[in-house]
Design a protein around this ligand. Structure first.
Ligand code: ZN
Length: 248
């Protein structure tokens, strides 16, 4: 099910180990109608389907192809969320336990004087706030311009806008980098982690949190059986429900 039709560029080898024996485990569907006014070229992918394939050698799963549209992921993560929804995301304590576990794990591995932290995928800034209050010198990196602006305004710390490849390495070094619920959304995760490694000072730590794939499939398939009309999804571009989306 690899495709080469102009819209997609096929992927023939596993991003992690290079293995070429890939088995289809799920079908991905593009639902991008919400971008119809904002970005018609992106919305043109709506209705397209791609196989999600698992590598026989290492178990990593990835799509059978990548969209050929330039800056596809930057455009995808330019959701025009409403101010109210972003503010609610900032105020939500849903992930606080995970945040505290991550910070606790890093604190235990680093001496107290090493507290420079970069949060990759800072979203609305809640992680940054909790980390700062726990004594970390924090900076954020966020692809979505709306949430990046909110994170900067609500925390008063530096929040870089863009993806990890665009962030200048230069003199900037961190003792810890956190990547929470981000890595599963981006292509070529090893390239991302290589970049993150370059931002770390010697002996620094990276904390990665991703959803559990098999559990997610189990949960979604159960939902699809129980709820009439529900379709199991494994990867969505954040939450794109109409009410929280700002009208163009
Ligand atoms: Zn592999």
């Amino acid at each position: 099910m690899a495709r080469a039709d102009g819209l997609f560029v096929p992927l023939s080898a596993c991003w992690i180990c290079g293995g070429e024996r890939l088995t289809t485990v799920h079908e991905l569907r593009f639902e991008l109608d919400i971008y119809r006014t904002q970005d018609p070229e992106l919305a043109a992918y709506s209705g397209e389907r791609l196989a999600l394939r698992r590598c026989d050698a290492c178990g990593f799963a990835q799509p059978a192809a990548l969209p050929s549209l330039a800056r596809f992921f930057d455009r995808l993560y330019d959701q025009r969320w409403s101010r109210e929804w972003i503010a609610a995301e900032f105020a939500s304590p849903v992930k606080d336990l995970i945040v505290r576990q991550i910070l606790g794990g890093l604190s235990a591995r680093l001496p107290p004087e090493r507290r420079r932290l970069l949060d990759v995928g800072a979203h609305a800034g809640r992680f940054l706030t909790i980390a700062r209050d726990a004594g970390w010198a924090v900076e954020g990196l966020e692809l979505n311009p709306s949430t990046a602006a909110h994170a900067a305004a609500s925390t008063g710390v530096v929040v870089h806008h863009g993806n990890v490849h665009a962030l200048e390495a230069g003199a900037r070094r961190f003792d810890a980098v956190t990547i929470t619920d981000v890595l599963e959304h981006v292509p070529e995760p090893i390239a991302v982690l290589t970049r993150v490694h370059a931002l770390l000072d010697a002996g620094g730590w990276v904390a990665v949190k991703v959803p559990n794939g098999p559990v997610q499939r189990l949960k979604e398939n159960a939902r699809a059986r129980l709820i009439p009309g529900y379709r199991a999804t494994l990867a969505v571009a954040g939450t794109l429900k109409d009410p929280q989306y700002r009208r163009n």
